[in-house]
Design a protein around this ligand. Structure first.
Ligand SMILES: *Cc1c(COP(=O)(O)O)cnc(C)c1O
Length: 362
């Protein structure tokens, strides 16, 4: 399949591009999208780039009823030289196959998908905004399209990649947020789908988020589903705490999503010889350490914000304020280094950057 060329059907009318101060997250899309179909026995076939457009589906398409779908999120960045580049994209494609395995969706060819993604971005390269902190968000996803109401893995799928120019996550500089610990609802349980990037995890997270939003909390901190004791994630980010000189992040336990930013943070800390450990950590332990004055920093990690400092964590009636509600030095250094590498402003000694040639063979 890798050898088969991708059919390209160019958009005849380019849409007007947003001005940099009009950019939001995920509301505008570029001129083109990538689509590939799956059916049995053909497998994945008909890879094509077409004008961005709605898709027609049967109302009985399985994705509408049972949610068999997966997605990914990554970004293309413009360097000061005007080149487009990606950050560890092969990890996203490996992860979509990991999610596929969990959701009984047929695997995609990762190398071919990366080639397709790069070809699509090269074609819509002019859509990558160049203002500070802006980027082109890339959303690959797979939906089950078989017209059938039976509860079984679909026999038809679509793999689609869409692109959206997005504004800077932090408009006035990196900014600590307030987080509420969620004691009633859970995001995922071990044995469930927490490790997979699937829409259902997000559907079930909305309620908790809605309940705390009115009280000024940006996100909730999720606890383990069995004991409501151990820290898992913050909203849709992985989470880190600096306790007594050591950075602690919850160990991947089967219900935590393995973030690529998380992995990069751990690798950077090790590179800097800053102690970092992946282990179980309970709210009780964190609170005790806080009371003992040992919690120096807290922050989340994810593609959208990169690093999101946590200024306050509220656990029932207990408020914990970290680093005076200010961004801590580790969070700042991680943010500056990761974004520096992503935007090609500092050297990448790790081989994390994948450049996009402006002319990818069509
Ligand atoms: C996508 C996601 C993350 C962050 O992953 P990155 O690869 O770092 O963007 C963390 N938690 C959840 C639940 C996610 O869906």
């Amino acid at each position: 399949m890798e050898d088969r060329p991708i059919q390209v059907n160019l958009s005849s009318t380019g849409k007007e591009k947003p001005k940099s101060d009009e950019l939001q997250f995920g509301r505008m899309f570029t001129d083109h999208m990538f689509v590939m179909d799956y059916s049995e026995p053909a497998g994945w076939h008909d890879a094509r780039i077409v004008p961005y457009q709605p898709i027609a589906m049967d109302p009985s398409a399985m994705v509408f009823h049972y949610g068999q779908s997966v997605f990914e999120g990554l970004k293309a960045y413009l360097t000061p030289e005007g080149d487009a580049q990606l950050f560890r994209p092969e990890k996203n494609l490996r992860r979509i196959n990991h999610s596929n395995d969990r959701l009984c969706i047929p695997r995609i060819d990762e190398e071919f998908a990366l080639k397709a993604l790069k070809q699509l971005i090269a074609l819509d390269k002019d859509w990558i905004p160049d203002a500070e902190g802006t980027s082109l968000y890339i959303r690959p996803f797979i939906i089950s399209t078989e017209a059938f109401l039976g509860v079984a893995p679909s026999r038809h799928y679509k793999f689609i990649v869409i692109l959206s120019p997005v504004g800077a996550y932090y408009k006035e500089g990196i900014n600590p947020v307030k987080i509420a610990v969620e004691n009633k609802y859970v995001r995922a349980a071990v044995g469930g789908t927490g490790e997979a990037k699937t829409g259902g995890n997000y559907a079930s997270s909305l309620k908790a988020q809605e309940l705390v939003a009115d009280s000024g909390f940006a996100q909730v901190l999720w606890l383990d589903a069995v004991e409501r004791k151990y820290i898992e994630e913050v909203g849709s980010m992985n989470v880190f705490f600096k306790i007594n000189g050591e950075i602690v992040t919850p160990i991947l336990n089967g219900s935590i999503l393995e973030g690529i930013t998380r992995k990069s943070v751990i690798e950077l800390l090790k590179h800097w010889e800053i102690p970092v450990v992946e282990r179980k950590i309970s709210m009780e332990e964190l609170y005790q350490a806080y009371c003992d004055g040992l919690v120096e920093e807290a922050f989340g990690s994810g593609t959208a914000a990169v690093i999101s400092p946590i200024g306050q964590l509220t656990w029932d009636d207990k408020d914990m304020v970290f680093n005076n509600m200010e961004t801590g030095p580790i969070a700042k250094k991680l943010y500056d280094t990761l974004t520096g590498i992503q935007y090609g402003k500092i050297e990448d000694p790790f081989g994390w950057i994948e450049k996009i040639k402006s002319r990818v063979t069509l």
